[in-house]
Design a protein around this ligand. Sequence first.
Ligand code: BTN
Length: 255
Amino acid sequence: MQNNTFSGLFVGHNLITLKEVDSTNTFLKDAVSKSTPLLDGTVIMAEKQFAGRGQAENLWQSEAGKNLTFSILLNPSFLNVDGQFELNKAISIALNDVLIKYIPASAFIKWPNDLYIRTKKIGGMLIENIVQGNKIKYAIIGIGLNVNQEYFPTNLKNVTSLKQELHQDYDLMGLLGEICSAVEARYLQLKGGSLKKINDEYLNLLYLKDQWASFKFDGRIQNGKIIGITDIGQLILKTENETRVFNTNEIEFLN
Ligand code: BTN
């Protein structure tokens, strides 16, 4: 099914909704690899994903028809490969822009790009880049947001949804439209070169920034305080004895 009812300049103008797919990211990746002509800002949305993918090879579990599971295709060829975390920051802030309208003062970004309401995860994103030379030719921005789901499988700990927080149902298409507008605005801000503003906002929204908390690294539980992010998106943590830099697979949050 296709429609083009979204109000921004380009994100969501070409919206393809699927009843069921393995993963909207995989669908878009396959389409791009087959050189299917797709407009910048194309959105693939699925009512149900039967093999939704999360970060670190995890599955993304989402009750069919209750939540948002979609992917946006962008052509950020203005970004070098080593600038890919800039896009992560811009899109994370865009989602936070939408969440704070519903839940003011309680929405945060947990490094690198989980969406948190207080101490619980409400959504996440999986950004997959297709590189040509030194440039990002395509970015596939996969977004999962828990909206109307009330009950979660017991293996999913520390998760929430808009419904769990606010006790009402939300119109998925309306919310998708808001997210597309916010993504477009932040993407254009990035394209316009406002890197410092985006970086400052990302740091201001960072979950547990400047707070001592428990983390697991080097095989044991240790205290640390997040003090920043490197240019390529690594976490900078002050520990009791030193300042350390971590990649995503090297550290686990325990709070
Ligand atoms: C994470 O927090 O682990 C990232 C979750 C990303 C899930 C979304 S749902 C739509 C898109 N398709 C996928 O297979 N994954 C992303």
